[in-house]
Design a protein around this ligand. Structure first.
Ligand SMILES: Nc1ncnc2c1ncn2[C@@H]1O[C@H](COP(=O)(O)OP(=O)(O)OP(=O)(O)O)[C@@H](O)[C@H]1O
Length: 379
């Protein structure tokens, strides 16, 4: 995949990497806006060998307990195969020499097995000492967690037990959330030891809202939005893809594409690539019909199901009328202040991937232009 633009975001992240680590950075944005593509582009193409990157993507794992978290973090892969590591020398070799990007934290096999019995802090302690070794070797470590929200419900000392306490992540009966322990560790890596750059990526805006409003990260975390492209950039992206795919797009074509899918990179790419073989208007109408059908089905289901949402300490039932009332606000506006929609209703619409919340601005918008167009057609 050839990467397009994002100059401002790239410069900002490179600027952060040039400074001493001090904050945890949360990279957030709507679904498929290009967060992973951006961070991968930077670590693969924009960094010198002075950096050592540990990139961990939780998306590929189903994490419901500590054991799975440890597996996700400490499993290193080479050419897509799981790698077995013999001893400490091999680990040292990997982290001080070897490739710039590791997709996991290397650990000798025997020590890996021990981690399952030990406390989670021992795993963090191991990671800490490994990062110190990286720094000692003259390299700057970077830790990246992609789709971090995947661990939000994991409870530490009561294995196999899951709670739907999110977004409040309440403590009770001596339970400890893995996420809280991880945050403490990440604060120590950044604010306290200035040892390692930390980036956490997520498209779950309720998760980002939780992180943003939780006291323990106050003054210790910063937020970078990777949004869908604005109109001018989206049109340029279409030109870029047209060249890549060796096709011709007129200004009218580009305007038409934008009117259906807006600035969502994934959708634009799909449309341009498909237009090599199919009629442009047909592709776009098909995509919109699909979005309309999904929204229609979702609304129909509300006649039968009685969805409930956890808000603070209360469980609230969501009513179809309130959902429709909320969605109708988007008929004339792409963005609406979250103040205009009751918290349980917008929470539910975000969970169902219909709305996206920018918690820093307090703004709600449809997850995509397609969803927006579907709202306008249906309601
Ligand atoms: N700057 C870009 N240049 C070229 N293609 C891009 C760019 N940004 C995104 N894309 C395309 O859009 C697709 C979706 O991007 P990506 O998976 O990075 O989104 P994301 O925001 O990480 O998604 P998720 O919401 O699932 O976390 C990519 O696979 C790529 O094809």
């Amino acid at each position: 995949m050839k990467f397009f633009d994002r100059e401002r975001e790239i410069n900002e992240i490179l600027h952060i990497l040039n400074r001493e680590p001090d904050d945890i950075y949360f990279i957030y944005g709507p679904l498929n806006s290009g967060k992973t593509a951006l961070i991968k582009h930077i670590i693969e193409n924009k960094l010198s060998d002075d950096y050592k990157v540990f990139y961990i993507n939780f998306r590929t794992y189903l994490i419901s307990e500590k054991r799975e978290f440890i597996e996700a973090i400490f499993t290193t892969k080479k050419d897509d195969f799981f790698e077995k590591i013999k001893d400490k020398d091999e680990v040292l070799n990997l982290i001080t020499k070897g490739v710039r990007i590791l997709t996991g934290i290397p650990i000798p096999e025997v020590e890996f097995d021990k981690l399952f019995e030990e406390k989670i802090n021992d795993a963090f302690q191991y990671l800490n000492s490994l990062l110190l070794e990286v720094k000692k070797s003259g390299k700057k470590p970077i830790l990246i967690f992609d789709e971090l929200q995947m661990i939000k419900d994991v409870v530490l000392n009561t294995e196999n037990q899951r709670f739907s306490a999110f977004p409040s992540l309440r403590f009770g009966n001596g339970q400890k959330y893995l996420l809280k322990e991880l945050f403490q560790f990440l604060v120590s890596l950044t604010k306290e030891q200035h040892l390692c750059h930390v980036f956490c990526l997520s498209s779950d805006s309720l998760f980002i809202e939780y992180v943003y409003s939780t006291g323990e990260l106050e003054g210790r975390a910063k937020y970078l939005l990777v949004d869908d492209f604005d109109k001018e950039t989206a049109l340029k992206f279409m030109d870029f893809l047209a060249v890549e795919n060796n096709i011709n797009l007129t200004n009218e074509d580009k305007e038409l594409i934008y009117s259906y899918v807006g600035g969502k990179p994934k959708d634009i790419k799909y449309v341009v690539e498909e237009s090599k073989f199919k009629d442009l208007r047909e592709i776009l109408e098909f995509m919109l019909k699909d979005a309309v059908q999904k929204l229609d089905m979702f609304l129909d289901m509300l006649n039968y199901s009685k969805p409930k949402v956890d808000v603070g300490d209360e469980v609230i039932e969501i009513k179809k009328d309130n959902v429709i009332e909320a969605l109708k606000l988007f008929k004339d506006e792409y963005e609406v202040s979250k103040k205009h929609i009751p918290v349980p209703v917008y929470t539910y619409l975000i969970k169902r991937n219909i709305l996206f919340l920018n918690p820093i601005e307090g703004i709600l918008k449809p997850q995509s232009y397609l969803v927006w167009n579907a709202i306008k057609r249906l309601l």
